[in-house]
Design a protein around this ligand. Structure first.
Ligand code: SAM
Length: 471
């Protein structure tokens, strides 16, 4: 406890000496008792628009402020891109230990994470069929570290390990498992803590909800902004935002904040699976953003099994040209569940188009048109229902069993990870179950012959013999 508090005090002292202004109405608090590390809390009432702190741009840990940017050519950083460039700079500062200008800052940053990158195989298995497992990217990150980052460190070994007689030997060791792990840790810090730092005089385009496009954010340099990254996040209780000014970055209250209330940033509308992947924690109020992703290859495999057409590949190319094809489709929450709201129109169009008879598809392609997602034929509903049910069956446990299993007070890291994984899969299964029920209702309302079942079972459209499990 003493070390933790002392690190917080030293960090704030360092930040103030670096020219930061921190309002005396806020405090950096120990929130470990509620599994939230450090967080910023209002010590007195704060008004809307009031400045909580102002950090000089020179205190941001970024390529521009690092001595490495004077010694390593800009072209090298440009080739590395924002992520690897910042990892390089952070590794350098971290290796410099107390000699680094940012040493007091590193002392309040964690080096252990619950993000999916650090879960073992058994822990990941608890996520069952969640598509988030395909997005962790550990192997590709390892490759990038070995192929792009390590060669730069070797090329500039004398700069990177300046003053060390063993600089070359140390650079040679950078591909070791321990050093790759260190790179992953820096990468994870960037993922959970860094900001896309807008230059002082340029403003990025944001959508109506205030989020920049991913392309837009990818283009901006990343920076670790001390203090701004001590704010935890909350989807519903976001009450502060960072503003990018010419010489400083300013955190302002977005609404009045009462003494004792925590000050929250916003990570955007992330499903809990992504919250876990990027930030290593989940909270119930992000459940509203949960999604159940269905990979496109599964959808195409289902349709192929129902279609005798030899033109599916050609149709996929056509759909791709019309921006309908994605790697997967997210079924989202709606309350009450509503097909039009929760099933993406692109998924409906994809299934509709692939299920068309050859002459119908050819006619549409000739006119450069696509089916309308509003008119869903019975056959399409049946196919979507099969896809949704098959996806649900890929999860190893039943929804009701997951809900019944208690995890009130996980005490070990493993228990915590298992509990978080369970909540992620519950969220996904709930969506799939609701989607299945809504599609089944729609099929019933549309009436007519269940042509898909007929084709699959080779009978006159009677109920499938296979008992469908509910998950
Ligand atoms: C930008 S940092 C916030 C400061 C962090 N709590 C710390 O002690 O360094 C983001 C990390 O804080 C934690 N976090 C953020 N919001 C949280 C919340 N609402 N509840 C619990 N942990 C949260 C997660 O571990 C996340 O990866």
């Amino acid at each position: 406890m003493a070390d933790f508090e002392e690190a917080s005090q030293r960090f704030q002292g360092w930040l103030s000496r670096s020219g930061a202004d921190i309002s005396n109405k806020i405090e950096l608090r120990d929130l470990r008792a509620v599994n939230a590390g450090r967080g910023v809390v209002a010590a007195q009432d704060v008004d809307e628009d009031e400045i909580l702190f102002r950090i000089p741009r020179s205190s941001v840990l970024c390529v521009e402020n690092s001595i490495l940017s004077k010694e390593i050519p800009k072209a090298t950083f440009d080739t590395l891109g924002p992520w690897l460039s910042l990892i390089l700079v952070m590794l350098y500062e971290y290796e410099n230990k107390s000699a680094s200008n940012w040493a007091p800052y590193f002392n309040v940053l964690p080096m252990e994470f619950n993000t999916l990158m650090f879960w073992d195989a058994n822990e990941l298995e608890e996520l069952q069929a969640s598509a988030v497992r395909t997005k962790i990217g550990k192997e590709s990150a390892d490759e990038n570290f070995k192929k792009e980052l390590v060669p730069v460190i070797k090329e500039f070994a004398e700069v990177f390990f300046s003053g060390d007689g063993h600089a070359r030997a140390r650079a040679e060791e950078m591909s070791s498992p321990e050093n790759l792990l260190l790179m992953h840790k820096m990468g994870s810090l960037i993922m959970a803590y860094a900001f896309d730092v807008e230059p002082g005089n340029v403003h990025k385009d944001v959508d109506e909800d205030g989020y920049a496009s991913e392309d837009e954010d990818d283009a901006l340099p990343k920076g670790m902004v001390p203090m701004a990254d001590m704010l935890n996040a909350d989807a519903d209780r976001n009450n502060a935002r960072l503003f990018y000014e010419e010489d400083s970055l300013t955190m302002k209250a977005l609404k009045p904040i009462k003494a004792g209330e925590e000050i929250f940033n916003d990570y955007g509308p992330l499903p809990r699976s992504d919250l876990l992947r990027r930030y290593g924690y989940i909270t119930d109020n992000y459940a509203q953003y949960d999604v159940a992703e269905i990979p496109t290859e599964e959808i195409v495999a289902h349709v192929s099994s129902l279609s005798h057409s030899s033109t599916l590949a050609e149709r996929m190319d056509y759909l791709d040209e019309h921006d309908v094809v994605d790697t997967g489709y997210d079924i989202t929450n709606s309350d009450p569940f509503n097909i039009q709201e929760s099933i993406p129109p692109e998924l409906i169009v994809l299934v509709q188009f692939l299920l068309l008879p050859d002459d119908g598809a050819k006619r549409l392609m000739g006119k450069g048109k696509l089916p309308k997602p509003g008119n869903i034929a019975r056959e399409v509903v049946d196919c979507l229902l099969k896809i949704v049910k098959a996806r649900l069956e890929q999860y190893k446990t039943f929804l009701e069993d997951d809900i019944a299993a208690t995890d009130d007070f996980p005490t070990t890291q493993k228990e915590l990870r298992y509990a978080m994984a369970k909540h992620v899969r519950i969220g996904e299964k709930r969506i799939l179950t609701s989607a299945g029920a809504a599609l089944a209702r729609m099929a019933q309302e549309l009436g007519g012959t269940n042509s898909i079942e007929k084709r699959l079972n080779g009978d006159a459209g009677g109920p499938s013999r296979k008992k469908q499990k509910t998950r």
